[in-house]
Design a protein around this ligand. Structure first.
Ligand SMILES: O=C(O)CCC(=O)C(=O)O
Length: 279
């Protein structure tokens, strides 16, 4: 029988412009998280490079490559499931914002390319057009652990509730979103979106941000968080580098779903959700 509890570590890494420093630091914090008892360790969006359209071409790598080789080794050395945040990936002349997942044997078990690119323009506040240099992914990705099935997406993807609903339909009890919200949308929407996705789908939602660097061209909000199926924040970082640990209690997912059985109360006769993804 699958274990009903496991420990997750959200690694809020301080990311700099120095890739090898980022990789070394990430590797050290993954070991620290494993030493702290985590079964599953997760890194932030763009953990190996600064976040910004001008940086993506400069830092992009093939998979496998330097960054994912480090992740594979760290997962194996520390015997953890490792969600490698995301990195700018180059493939076939295109760039993607890509998350990779490794099992405790160091094998790549999932690869997700951000599906919804972060293209926004909030007048006087923030304009960001990820599509200037990136291409979107075209598939949805879940992976299996001995604990539960996990759904994976990246940052802006959290704004699209259909994606989370599809992962829930596929049997996920935990959704993970490496992400880097900013000083405008962070305070307004970061926690609200996570609590919304968790409550709508009655599952755990974890987000993993880089630590805030006030000197960076894109200032991340921080506040990596875990929300439970009741919609409560159970663990939350500040904005500096830190590891946030929490137990994920899968029996609580079942309890909430049986107390308020929304998933059996849908009106398929008046609306429907369609999963068109091939993977
Ligand atoms: O949705 C937002 O407000 C922020 C999204 C973002 O920063 C990203 O997709 O990387």
């Amino acid at each position: 029988m699958a274990a009903s509890k496991f420990k997750i570590a959200l690694v809020q890494l301080f990311v700099t412009a120095n890739k090898s420093e980022n990789l070394a630091r990430a590797s050290k914090l993954i070991s620290q998280a494993a030493g702290g008892g985590a079964n599953l360790v997760a890194l932030p969006e763009c953990f190996n490079s600064p976040y910004g359209t001008k940086y993506f071409p400069e830092y992009a790598e093939k998979i496998p490559g330097e960054s994912t080789n480090m992740l594979a080794k760290a997962a194996k050395d520390n015997k953890v499931f490792l969600v490698g945040g995301s990195i700018p990936e180059e493939d076939g002349g295109k760039l993607y914002n890509t998350s990779t997942v490794f099992n405790p044997e160091g094998e790549l078990i999932a690869k997700f390319r951000k599906v919804h690119l972060f293209d926004i323009d909030v007048p006087g506040k923030i304009r960001f057009q990820e599509s200037e240099t990136l291409s979107p992914g075209s598939g949805l990705v879940t992976f299996d652990t001995p604990y539960c099935k996990v759904g994976l997406a990246i940052c802006y993807d959290i704004r699209f509730p259909e994606l989370a609903q599809i992962y829930t339909r596929r049997g996920c009890k935990l959704l993970l979103y490496p992400g880097a919200f900013n000083m405008t949308t962070g305070p307004a929407h970061w926690e609200l979106l996570q609590r919304g996705r968790a409550l709508d789908n009655q599952l755990y939602v974890g987000t993993i941000s880089p630590a805030r660097d006030e000197k960076a061209s894109y200032v991340a909000w921080g506040h990596s968080t875990l929300v439970n199926p009741w919609g409560e924040v159970v663990a939350k970082a500040g904005h500096e580098e830190e590891i946030v640990y929490s137990d994920v209690d899968l029996s609580y997912v079942d309890e909430v779903r049986s107390s308020i059985p929304t998933s059996n109360q849908r009106r398929a006769d008046i609306y429907k959700l369609q999963d068109m993804s091939q993977n």
